[in-house]
Design a protein around this ligand. Sequence first.
Ligand SMILES: [Zn+2]
Length: 406
Amino acid sequence: MAEEQDAGVSSRAQRKALSKAKILQRESEREVFRLVGRVLKKPESERSEEEAAALLLHRDTVEELCKRQVRRNVLKRKQEEVFDGVDELKNKVRQLAVAVKQASHLVVYTGAGISTAASIPDYRGPNGVWTQLQKGRAISSSDLSKAEPTLTHMCIKMLHKEKLVKHVVSQNCDGLHLRSSLPRHALSELHGNMFIEVCTSCSPVREYVRLFDVTERTSLHRHGTGRKCSHCGSELRDTIVHFGERGTLEQPLNWRGATEAAKMADVILCLGSSLKVLKKYTNLWCMNRPASKRPKLYIVNLQWTPKDDLAVLKIHGKCDDVMRLLMEELNLQIPAYNRGDDPIFALATPLQLEEVQSHSREVIAPPDDQNDGSDDPEEQKPTSVQGGWFGRGYGKGRQKKKKKVA
Ligand SMILES: [Zn+2]
């Protein structure tokens, strides 16, 4: 009995000694890393004999630190913005134009980079939201509703009208594709639309388009906007899909449209997206097919993307510059954005009187002449969106959707 106890004590002592030795070992390794790191930072000519000897002695550490430096450099390079020269850009756009003309089902994927000309910050560019947050800087989103569709938005709308683009899948929540008059059935706003709030208690889901950013009070997992459905009184919610959330709304997300478009696509054109989020939606890339059967990929982005190696062509240029050249090659006019034609004014549901004070965001102002002669009371009623804008049988397959959405 006493022996057993002794054995217990001695094995406990052994374990203790062992873990102490491990701690000491780790400590001394850290010391070596610090020393070697310090020496490596000095130019070779300034290293003392002792320091040079230390490097020789700790070759493994030197190697490990050099590897880490290489990894850091690669990471840094991936974040840098690269610009193709004038001639190279033209050449590449010419190739893109051929692909656009020959495509039988061209689908466009867009990210924040297409809206930067509208002074909406992109996420990962040098001045992007993500980069600024990484640096601990505050970002303001107050100007988002002042933005208007960019040249790129207008070109995409035109390409769709000309039947060259079949569908647009966007990560942007700024609503600018819709405001460019791109028809809704041709659009999937995968992460929501900041001008749309919905009542999910109504069936089909009832949608309210507003002329202001409805997301003032919403955040991750908190989607209530504080306003109420004028039909059933339930609280409305925004349509935004935050990082770490899973979007299940039929509209504006339109996952079904995005998935069907990707299935039929023979060419995918990615504009101004880092693709870091989009790449995770595997059904957008037909990754279940052999590489030769997948849609051909064309990428326009200033920074590296994780799909670059799979792309037929990577164009390093600003989206507006590339689209301007592309339209020239295709001999197409670039339509100007005209606020008078912005569909959001016709689609918007006016707030009820008691809700006028329910937000403090700037309201998109209709053009001055818009109010004349359009006082039709029918139009002033809250739109119960059955079909039409909301469209396409939300009720059907609602159960299935949750599983389908990646
Ligand atoms: Zn309702």
